[in-house]
Write a protein that binds this ligand. Structure first.
Ligand SMILES: Nc1ncnc2c1ncn2[C@@H]1O[C@H](COP(=O)(O)OP(=O)(O)OP(=O)(O)O)[C@@H](O)[C@H]1O
Length: 259
């Protein structure tokens, strides 16, 4: 089963418990959103799943393999990719070159292929075609030969998604893909995330734009101070008084918080 299982996860920064006894499981080909106020532990959770942080306690399983403490490159090899809040590409390379670097992992020539004298050129050609397709898919067709640093901010986020997709993941972790986007760009990214799901990829989404979260999530988990406060459908989450309180710091109804 292509599911991620997080069991009793605990992450500490010195005395601070950033994630506390967190357990959850993804379902295949769903969009699972993780929301919560600033500092709730969302990025820390992504860092632990993708091997950038070692948990103090708990386990992370992917396809029933215990990946707890695996280094990031092993996690990627096993089919988990992520985007970052901060810029995570090479600014002085072209858009296409950045995606080709992402393709590299899945396209390096294996020993068997080398022995069979599989033409490396064919592999390179395949990688280029695939990278061009990906750029078209995320909406960057025509921008392939621009330097990545010359893309406007919204398009830099699309490039981040294309780079993540280049490793052909089965699970994609998106960290605030709509941050800094205008409403039209957010709508664009929303459609893109839905298309990614339709490609058969499970998505875990961290996003502060509630309109986006509520419109595309199959399920939502709410984190507060590193703990799971609630889990359910968009409707269940919006109606949950504990969630409203965590966001506003007081009991409130009909606040338009999630619209
Ligand atoms: N490298 C670190 N060293 C020390 N404390 C950290 C570190 N990274 C995160 N924290 C702390 O851990 C807690 C969780 O932070 P995290 O960035 O995961 O929250 P978040 O939910 O992603 O917040 P935001 O929505 O603002 O991105 C916060 O209290 C934060 O200050």
């Amino acid at each position: 089963m292509e599911t991620l299982k997080v069991e009793n996860l605990e992450i500490r920064f010195g005395g601070l418990v950033a994630i506390n006894s967190l357990s959850f499981e993804t379902r295949e080909k769903e969009i699972l959103s993780i929301i919560g106020p600033n500092g709730a532990g969302k990025t820390t959770l992504f860092n632990a799943i993708t091997g950038f942080l070692k948990p103090a306690r708990g386990k992370i399983f992917w396809r029933d393999i215990d990946i707890t403490g695996f280094p990031p490159y092993r996690v990627t090899e096993l089919g988990i990719a992520r985007t970052f809040q901060k810029r995570s590409f090479f600014p002085a390379l072209t858009v296409l070159e950045n995606v080709l670097l992402g393709c590299h992992l899945k396209n390096s020539v294996s020993l068997g292929e080398a022995l069979l004298k599989y033409p490396a050129l064919k592999k390179e050609q395949y990688a280029k075609e695939y990278a061009m397709e990906l750029l078209d898919f995320v909406g960057l067709k025509g921008k392939e030969y621009l330097l990545a640093c010359n893309l406007p901010y919204g398009e830099q986020r699309l490039l981040g998604i294309a780079i993540a997709l280049a490793s052909k993941p089965k699970l994609l972790l998106l960290d605030e893909p709509c941050a800094g986007s205008n409403p039209a760009e957010s709508q664009n990214i929303t459609r893109l995330i839905e298309n990614i799901k339709h490609m058969g990829i499970t998505v875990i989404l961290v996003e502060h734009h509630m309109r986006v979260v509520m419109s595309i999530s199959d399920r939502i988990i709410v984190l507060s101070s590193g703990e799971k406060l609630a889990e359910g459908s968009a409707k269940e989450i919006q109606d949950n008084p504990k969630v409203i309180e965590a966001y506003l710091g007081r009991k409130s109804e009909g606040n338009g918080l999630f619209t």
